[in-house]
Every structure is written in C-alpha cells, then in structure tokens.
Design a protein around this ligand. Structure first.
Ligand code: MRU
Length: 341
C-alpha cells in the first residue's frame, strides 16, 4: 500500500494519516485544497518525497474540482492553488518541485479537459517514479554497507516519507534484501517523534532489528563504537549544506568527531544546487509542540519556545550523498553534481 495515492473512483487524494502512527494505521481522503493544506501543515503527510507527490496531486485535485471552461482561467486557478500549497511548508524543496512540475505539464494541453487529464497523469508519474527511483537509490546505497553494520538514522526517511520504500530506510531495506545483516539505531526525533513513532514502527513491520534512543544519546553510542554509519534523508540540498530534520546537524558533528561516515540519501528532486544555505527558509513551528506531549502539558504554558523544524549540515560534515543516479562524494563540485543530476 502506498503512503499517498489517487483514488480514481471519487477523484480524491488518499494518504496514511501519520499523526496516528504507530497506534493506528488509517487512510484519510482529501477532497479539496483546504484539507490537503491542513494535512501537510499538521504532518498527516510528511517527508520530502511524499510532499513532492502531495504537491503534484494537489494540482490534480484543484483541476478536478474546478468547473471553469476557459483554459486561461483554469491555469490561473491552478497556479493560485499551487501557491497556497507551497506556502504550507517552506523548507522541503520537493513540495514546490512537485507543484511546479505538474503546472509546467499543464501548459502542454490544448483545452481544459486536456489540462485536467495531463495534470493527473503527471502527478501519477511523480508517484510512480518515486517508488522506482527509491529502489535505484537503495541499491546504490546498499553497496556502501557491510554485512553486520549498525546504521544510525534520524527522523523518518522511510516509506512513510516517500510514496514507498524510502530513501535512508530504502538503503537499509535494499541492503537487507541483498542478504546483509543490518541493525538500526533510530533517534527519537523530538519534538514530533517521527523516529520513535514511524521509523521504529516501519522497521519492526519489516523485521529489521531496531533500537530506539533519544536524540541526545547519539554522541554516546558513537563514542561507544556502536555505530558504523549514519544515514539520513534530506529536505533540501544546497551547494553548501544539507537541510534535514532538526537534530541532524548535531549527529553530523558527532559523526565527524568519532570518524563515523555521515551519508545523506535523497533523490535528485531534493537538490537545490543553485542556492546557498542562507537563502533557505527554515520552518518555525508552534511552541506548543514543546509545551505539550501527546496532549499532556510538559512545560510552563507561558515559557518562550524556539522550535525550528529543520537544521543545516555543512557539506564538510557529509561523507556521501546517495541518489538514484549514483553516489556523490566530496568536494561536491557544482559542475560535477550538475552533470550527474
Ligand atoms: O517534518 P518532517 O517529518 O516532514 O521532516 C522529514 C525529514 O526531515 C526527513 O528526514 C526528510 O524529509 C527526508 S524524507 C525521505
């Protein structure tokens, strides 16, 4: 079952509601842009590649709900829907990439029916390609792992963060499929606990050995020699930095200090190589995500909170970037990366 998909019967976007995991596995349907935006903002659907698919399907949803019969008006409506979708979460570049790819495809149509058909085809192509490219990415990454390795990961870069298979967890799945014995240390990933709630659950479903730790334990386990490599996903890769879930940078510093390879697994659609770190907006989320946990107050109600959802890891801390087109290694030169993308 895919994490996000299109229901042809009633023309709705369906997805796993990830806020309910691991207690409940439930599909929900979005039948308008408002409910899709709510689902993205509240992380019912999350993870950069899944957001790329959500962006693409969002345009298909807007097209299917519009009854205008002028091409120009329909294209304007879709562009406005795209801007609304893109504004929900600013850091993961795949969201805007998915929206823009489908909007670009719409311009090839000759009439409004053609637009509706093309945007849905393109959105479905994004979803299909995501599954296929994650398998290729996984195979490239799996070759880097040795039988018996323990991999530390952060947040969730698994099938729930993609349409299927996963990026960082895709590498682990591919290595296991090749017959390698791989264990995983999953960092909890405060404040929304994607590591504990989703990564641990996903790996246990696949019977891949996983041990849950708090984020602050990563230095300790590396110092103890318990980690062979770190593999994380990415939300955006600029020329000088990898943006990923808050806490990733700290793990990269610990990995460098302890001589542990720090690898990033991400599809080409996550690269934003024309930009530099300081041009990227890091999403700031509600303070209540730190003041409350599972509905229970855990800090003073009026305490000031700083809650960035992502951080930037400088390229000098990155050992390899694993993509569907192969593995990039330092110095990550602009021309070399452009050529391979
Ligand atoms: O806030 P989230 O849960 O959407 O953050 C997700 C991550 O940071 C993932 O590591 C990243 O999107 C890569 S997913 C393949």
């Amino acid at each position: 079952m895919r994490t996000i998909d299109w229901n042809d019967e009633n023309e709705t976007l369906i997805m796993v509601d990830q806020t309910l995991l691991p207690i409940d596995y439930r599909m929900i349907a979005c039948d308008n842009i408002g409910s899709l935006c709510e689902a993205i903002q509240s992380l019912r659907v999350r993870g950069a590649p899944a957001l790329g698919a959500a962006g693409g399907f969002g345009i298909a949803l807007a097209a299917s709900r519009s009854s205008v019969d002028s091409m120009e008006t329909l294209l304007d409506e879709l562009k406005a829907a795209g801007d609304t979708i893109k504004s929900t979460r600013p850091t993961a570049v795949n969201l805007a990439w998915g929206v823009d790819r489908v909007l670009d495809a719409a311009r090839d149509a000759y009439d409004t029916d053609g637009i509706r058909k093309i945007v849905l085809q393109e959105a479905k192509a994004i979803a299909d390609e995501d599954v296929e490219l994650n398998k290729r990415l996984g195979a490239h990454g799996a070759a880097l792992l040795n039988d018996g390795d323990t991999v530390l990961t952060h947040c969730n870069a698994g099938r729930m963060a993609c349409v299927d298979w996963g990026t960082a967890l895709g590498v682990i799945r591919s290595a296991v499929e090749m017959g390698k014995d791989i264990s995983v240390i999953a960092c909890e990933t405060r404040p929304l606990n994607q590591g504990g709630r989703i990564t641990a659950w996903e790996l246990m479903q696949d019977k891949i050995p996983v041990t849950l730790i708090t984020d602050s334990m990563s230095g300790h386990v590396m110092r103890q020699g318990l980690v062979d490599s770190v593999i994380v996903g990415a939300d955006r890769i600029t020329q000088d930095a990898v943006f990923n879930k808050i806490g990733t940078y700290t793990h990269s510093v610990m990995a460098k200090e302890h001589g542990v390879p720090f690898c990033v697994a991400a599809p080409v659609s996550t690269f934003d190589f024309e930009r530099m770190e300081d041009e990227v907006e890091i999403e700031l989320r509600e303070g209540d995500e730190l003041r409350f946990m599972a509905g229970k107050q855990i800090a003073p109600l009026d305490v000031q909170v700083y809650n960035p959802a992502f951080d930037a890891t400088p390229m000098e801390n990155v050992t390899a970037i694993i993509t569907e087109n192969g593995v990039f290694t330092p110095p990550f030169l602009l021309d070399e990366v452009r050529f391979l993308l």
